[in-house]
Ligand binder design. Structure first.
Ligand code: DGY
Length: 314
């Protein structure tokens, strides 16, 4: 098996028990992949490294499965994989809680300006506590808008509702059952959803209909001084429009864990103090990465043994 990134030790050991695990060295991964795939049954990939039609065409004929260390599969050209008879497996169901937890962390960090304040302390510029310094806004009791109410959105709604007394609103392709909704307010209408969202969290998958969804027009429809968090995919946001809203104060603060062309971070954010930037780590806990690794490696093995795993995408 070829992996495009190094794995945590325990997962590397797990994979090595079954596979001859090939790990990239200094060479750019894209160049290395085609050569390294010779004789390999499977490729293990991650979001942020597009497995597009060209890359799929360059893989050796021995490759029968691509596993992705993610629930999102937008970085893989599924049609090209299907045409080559390559199965795809992912990691659903094991990362909802850690992603929801990190989304809440980013919401708090943005609203309470904690990373901006930490930068000041580390730079040795703190002059002592003062009543007017670093005033953020309370998260407690605010209206939370969740765009994309899948398992992660529902986990976030539980944390935000039970822990922070937030009133949860959501916009989704379809309305959830009352049990899944758990008291959250569904908005079929995007405008009423945006108007309700004092704090907006993006949790929808990347698709043609969600690409650049948070654009200038929709940002204007948020309550003034809204807080925006994106732990879904960078392509959901028009970065120039969000940066303009952060500069004008229409959006008081934002926190972004994902970007359109990772690891590149849009330059428009770098000079802004009111945006928290993290390197796609919403699932990065020991427990979750372990569970993701086990799921994807087991899924790859199942496909190679002719079984149909529950995490088969296509
Ligand atoms: C996912 O599972 O899609 C995450 O973005 C990976 O960290």
């Amino acid at each position: 098996m070829v992996t495009v990134r190094r794995l945590p030790t325990s997962l590397a050991a797990r994979a090595s028990a079954t596979f001859d695990l090939r790990i990239p060295g200094e060479q750019p991964v894209r160049d290395w992949l085609a050569e390294a795939s010779h004789g390999a049954d499977a490729v293990l990939c991650v979001p942020g490294l597009p497995i597009n039609a060209d890359i799929i065409a360059s893989l050796a004929p021995s490759v029968r499965v691509i596993g992705t260390f993610s629930v999102g599969v937008d970085h893989i050209d599924l049609a090209a994989a299907r045409d080559r008879g390559i199965a795809i497996v992912n990691t659903p169901g094991v990362l909802s809680r850690s992603t929801a937890e990190f989304t809440m962390l980013l919401l708090l960090a943005a609203a309470r300006r904690s990373t901006e304040a930490e930068r000041l302390v580390r730079a040795g510029r703190w002059q002592g506590a003062a009543p007017g310094e670093f005033l953020g806004v309370d998260v407690f009791g605010k209206r939370l808008g969740i765009f994309g109410m899948g398992h992660i959105g529902q986990a976030l709604a539980r944390i935000a509702g039970a822990g922070f007394g937030m009133e949860v609103h959501y916009h989704n392709r379809s309305r959830l059952s009352p049990a899944e909704e758990a008291g959250a307010t569904y908005h079929a209408d995007e405008n009423s959803f945006l108007a309700a969202s004092q704090m907006l969290c993006l949790l929808a998958p990347a698709s043609p209909s969600t690409k650049l969804w948070l654009n200038a027009d929709r940002l204007r429809k948020l309550p003034a001084g809204a807080v925006v968090v994106n732990t879904a995919r960078g392509v959901l946001v028009d970065d120039d429009a969000l940066a303009a809203a952060l500069r004008s104060g229409q959006v008081a603060a934002a926190a972004l864990d994902v970007f359109p062309r990772e690891p590149e971070v849009p330059a428009v954010y770098l000079a802004l103090e009111n945006v928290v930037l993290t390197p796609h780590i919403a699932t990065a806990t020991v427990e979750t990465r372990e569970a993701m690794g086990k799921l994807v490696i087991d899924g790859i093995s199942a496909c190679l043994e002719g079984r149909r795993p529950a995490n088969l995408v296509t």
